[in-house]
Design a protein around this ligand. Structure first.
Ligand SMILES: *Cc1c(COP(=O)(O)O)cnc(C)c1O
Length: 369
């Protein structure tokens, strides 16, 4: 790997292939895989990731919002794309770009049917979501008669899948709760299939669900974080490879006398002679202020350098007193080996999902094939 000369996020497509194959090895041969590429593929590069997965013959994609799906279509993604959280105002472009909505409430179902009819659609693919305990989006079992009535009154849409989402698939202490969610989903799905007179695909598992609840794989699974190399436990993460490495360089080194301060609000006060390195990476790049004041750290020459004082918009200063380094040297913020995004996230009591999705679009992405 060439040394970094500026702040970059390297994305390793070989690691992505590995994670995809590993997750697939946990499935029956005919279980389909939906790759969740919302939020720029968890802060990496949605178009590059989706095109690579399309090449590996993934079955489906999901994004959160319509514009994310439009970007994939414009990049040449042709596989079906489920929009997990469509908003009515975007329904016309959803149809124009052949994206498939999650219909999760009476209001959204009625609104979508209206637009699909106005655009003379027949059997437009839609997905119906059931709330089985997450209490975020989704219909309840008691709504089934209403859903069936609305669907029977129109030819504009056809149900491609029925799905639900687990609230605590990573937490085995909540196993009873999850098993109850699975049972509730089965009841809703069976009732729907009976009344529809055909069998849409069923899906429920996210990454941790795939690994912890093989009995709930149904026809398809939805994986996000696993593709990007993280599980929700040490055991899960063991077989996965983080695909992204965030690197930067040392812009300047300062020698700080005892009693001097570093950065805004003088949040770091030196109590002995200290050497600091200033890095071109700040909260506008996704390193939140929470990581400041010694909580977060980077790796230079294989050694930990804690963040000194407050994180600035475009810079952080790190303590390199005990590290033999110079201006221009490469700095690893997180990567597959030294310090993973999971470890760094833990230093600020958050999770890998939050850290990796926060890496802003200002950081140049480099795709490694
Ligand atoms: C984000 C999301 C997923 C992916 O979850 P991971 O834990 O990242 O695998 C799956 N399903 C839905 C509905 C989601 O919103």
């Amino acid at each position: 790997m060439p040394k970094a000369q500026e702040t970059v996020l390297e994305i390793d497509l070989k690691a992505l292939t590995h994670n995809f194959q590993y997750l697939k090895s946990k499935l029956k041969n005919n279980t389909k895989v939906l790759a969740v590429v919302k939020a720029f593929a968890y802060g990496s590069d949605a178009c590059e990731i989706a095109k690579h997965l399309q090449g590996l013959n993934v079955d489906y994609f999901a994004v959160a919002y319509v514009d994310e799906g439009v970007a994939l279509r414009n990049a040449g993604v042709t596989k079906p794309i489920l929009v997990l959280h469509p908003i009515s105002v975007n329904f016309e472009s959803l149809i124009e770009y052949n994206l498939e909505p999650n219909l999760y409430s009476a209001k959204i179902l009625e609104a979508f049917i209206k637009v699909a009819e106005a655009e003379n659609q027949t059997h437009y693919p839609v997905h119906i979501k059931f709330n089985t305990g997450l209490n975020r989006l989704g219909f309840e079992e008691k709504d089934i008669d209403f859903i069936i009535k609305k669907l029977s009154e129109t030819k504009a849409v056809k149900v491609t899948s029925l799905f639900s989402h687990m609230a605590a698939s990573e937490d085995l202490k909540e196993k009873d709760f999850t098993l109850n969610q699975i049972e509730t989903f089965k009841i809703c799905a069976n009732e729907m299939k009976k009344l529809l007179g055909y069998s849409p695909m069923l899906h429920m598992c996210n990454t941790s669900g795939i690994l912890n609840y093989p009995e709930a794989h149904f026809d398809m699974v939805r994986t996000g974080i696993g593709l990007y190399g993280f599980g929700n436990s040490i055991e899960e993460s063991k077989h996965l490879k983080p695909i992204a490495t965030l690197k930067t360089i040392i812009s300047q080194i300062h020698n700080i006398e005892e009693g001097e301060s570093v950065g805004y609000n003088r949040a770091f006060i030196s109590n002995s002679i200290t050497r600091t390195a200033t890095l071109p990476l700040g909260h506008a790049d996704g390193i939140s202020r929470i990581y400041g004041k010694g909580k977060g750290f980077v790796t230079i020459q294989g050694k930990k350098a804690p963040i000194a004082g407050n994180v600035c918009m475009d810079m952080i200063m790190v303590d390199v007193t005990n590290i033999d380094c110079e201006e221009g040297d490469e700095v690893i913020v997180f990567g597959p080996e030294t310090v993973t995004a999971e470890t760094l996230a833990e230093s600020a009591k958050t999770i890998s999902y939050e850290l990796i999705t926060a890496i802003s679009q200002r950081v140049k992405r480099i795709i490694i094939k």
